[in-house]
Each structure stands twice: as C-alpha cells, then as structure tokens.
Ligand binder design. Structure first.
Ligand SMILES: [Zn+2]
Length: 367
C-alpha cells in the first residue's frame, strides 16, 4: 500500500511540477529576488561554466567506459541548469541552440554504412540513422517550457525534419509532441506514429498513423515512399494510470532494434516489460531517466546499451528537472556519501547532453 501511495504521490508531483511551468516574466530581472548586478553575475557564471563544459564534452565524447572528465562536465551542467531561472539566462539559451545546430550540421553530413548513430536532442528527442533510414522519436523544439528565447531555432527544426524518414511520438505531452513538427513530417509524406489520444480533436488526427497498442505483435510500417519497411512493436505503456504512452520497439531493415520509452511510469506495465527480452533482441533502449525502477526495466529489455533521455527538461520545476547525477546514481556508479547506494544495473549507460551523438556498432556489444 505504501508503495502505491508513493507512486501516486510522485505522479501527482510530476503532473503538478509540469503544470507549474515557469512563466515568461514581465520584469527585466531574470531572478526577481536578486538585483541587476547579481543577475548579471549569474549570467556570466553560466556562460563561463557552459563554455568549459562544452570544451570537456568535445574532448571526451560519449563512450563506454565513460571518461571521468566527461562525467564531471555533465555534473557541471546539472549545477548550471538547477538555477531556477536557468532557461531564462542567455548562455543557457544559446547552449541549447548552438548544440542542436551543431547536431543538425552533423546529421546532414553523416552517412552510415554499418551500425547506427544516435543523436540526443532536446529532452527525450532522438534521431537514429542506419544505412537504410533515419528515425525520429519525440522531436520537440523546447517551446513547451514557455520561456521566450528558450527553444531550438525553427530553421534547425525544419532541417532536422528534412533529415528524418519517420516520426514516432510516445504521448501527448508538449515536451514530447509538437503539432507543427508532426504536420511538417506529414506535409513531406513521412509517417507520424502516435497513440490514439494525441490531437484527437484536431484536423491532423486523420493523418496520423495509429498502430495497435499490443505487446509482441510485429506491425509493418512503410517508409521512404514504400522503399523501406520498418517492423514496429507498440508496447501499451502508460504514464500513471490514465495517459497512454506508446513504448515503441522499432526494427530496421538491417535488423537493428531500438526502443524509446517516452514517459513510461506504471507498475502494472512490468507485466510486459519483464518479458521483452524473451521475445526480441534489443540493441538500444532509450528510457526516460526517471522511469519506475530503471534497473528492472533494464533487466526486462536486456539491451546492449542504454541511452537515457529526459534529463534537465527545463519546462519542469527543478525538483523534476531530472539531473545527470540521478541518472548516475540509478546506474549505481555515483554513490551517495551516506552509503545509501542504488545497486544499479549492469548494462552500459551512454549518458549524453543536447546535440551529442554515439556511434553504435553491434559487434562491440555481442553477448
Ligand atoms: Zn515528459
């Protein structure tokens, strides 16, 4: 019973914290509790720290085992992003814009002959390219944070869409689904797959592809105007009890498999989560970093690697602006001084920030 209450409490907290997005402010002072000089100091500090984090992340790209310097840089980002007013600060806004622009430039120039490259974008947005196609998951601009200046430039969003062949949307929340982005895919004749409740009362609804939410049935999805076919399993996930959250397992023509979990958080769903490994080989699992019992999820999917998403979604208040340090603790590799350590999970964790990418080669992870 206690567990049920605590899970319900967490979900209420998540919903409330999302509902209480920091609104755009009318005052000139970013943080109204500080004076102009103090605000300027925090602007300058964010700029200096993000510049340093950028340098370290560039010199120590994502990999496993993870370079310790890289870990320090991600933890430095937590420090900057947990200023309540971080998304209002110019350095944070340009950090987002410039990192995504860099990723766009890379994606436009990247050809894959073997394996896959995975780019992490804002929040839980991901783009995966294999030899045959490019898949987008939960692509958003960041405007859900409702803060003027904090979003990816529209031109870069359009360039990202141009590079993708299909978009999978996990659920209706605005930090995962943006109607204008979905419409742009559809205008280009590219499929957009979403759960039944997304934009139900809007004209776009009839143009969305609705696959059956049922475990262990492979559904074909034609992409690239019929040139390629994906195999898709749509696990019937949930965020809480009422929000339908599609957990996609997508198998490419090369036989590589990727699962993005959206905002999965529902205890009853372990009924299918525990069984995934018995039916499919999963190459890359991309869960929300705060999903319920990530170690059990890792065991259920038994992927070659995990790439978590949803860290530092800036539209949330800081108590649900999930930090990198918690992703490390949940992995069991950044233990607390009290010795209250999470046992974690064995699967390699590739932790990335906005705009970074990782090249996955199956041969490196054969079990
Ligand atoms: Zn979310």
């Amino acid at each position: 019973m206690k567990k049920i209450i605590s899970i319900a409490g967490l979900l209420v907290l998540i919903t409330l914290s999302y509902a209480q997005n920091i609104q755009s402010k009318s005052s000139d002072l970013i943080d109204p509790t500080l004076n102009e000089r103090q605000n300027q100091f925090l602007n300058d500090e964010a700029e200096a720290l993000l510049l340093q984090a950028n340098r370290v992340l560039t010199n120590y790209p994502p990999g496993w085992p993870e370079p310790i310097n890289r870990r320090s840089a991600l933890l430095l980002l937590d420090g900057v992003f947990h200023d309540v007013y971080a998304p209002h600060r110019p350095a944070v806004q340009s950090f987002l814009k410039s990192r995504i622009k860099k990723a766009v430039n890379e994606i436009e120039q990247t050809e894959i002959l073997n394996g896959a490259r995975i780019w992490k974008l804002y929040n839980h947005g991901l783009i995966i390219r294999t030899r045959s196609l490019t898949i987008g998951f939960d692509l958003v601009s960041g405007k859900s944070a409702n803060i003027e200046g904090f979003s990816v430039e529209i031109d870069d969003i359009n360039r990202l869409i141009n590079q993708c062949d299909v978009l999978f949307i996990s659920h209706l929340h605005k930090d995962h689904a943006e109607e204008s982005i979905a419409q742009f895919f559809i205008n280009q004749g590219k499929p957009v797959v979403a759960p039944p409740g997304v934009w139900k009362d809007k004209p776009i609804y009839t143009q969305i592809t609705h696959l059956k939410r049922v475990s262990n049935i492979i559904q074909p999805l034609s992409v690239k105007n019929g040139q390629e076919e994906l195999k898709v399993i749509v696990y019937p996930g949930h965020q809480g009890e009422n929000t339908e959250n599609n957990v996609y397992l997508v198998i490419t023509p090369e036989g590589l498999s990727f699962s993005q979990m959206g905002d999965q958080y529902n205890h009853d769903d372990f009924e299918w989560i525990d069984e995934v490994k018995n039916n499919y080989v999963v190459d890359i699992l991309m869960p929300n970093c705060w999903t319920e019992d990530i170690a059990r999820v890792a065991k259920g999917f038994n992927p070659a690697i995990i790439i978590t998403g949803h860290e530092n979604e800036m539209g949330h208040t800081i108590d649900h602006r999930e930090p990198y340090w918690l992703s490390y603790q949940r992995k069991g590799i950044l233990n607390s001084p009290e010795g209250n350590n999470d046992p974690g999970y064995d699967c390699p964790l590739i932790l990335m920030t906005w705009g970074e990418s990782y090249y996955y080669k199956k041969e490196n992870y054969l079990k």
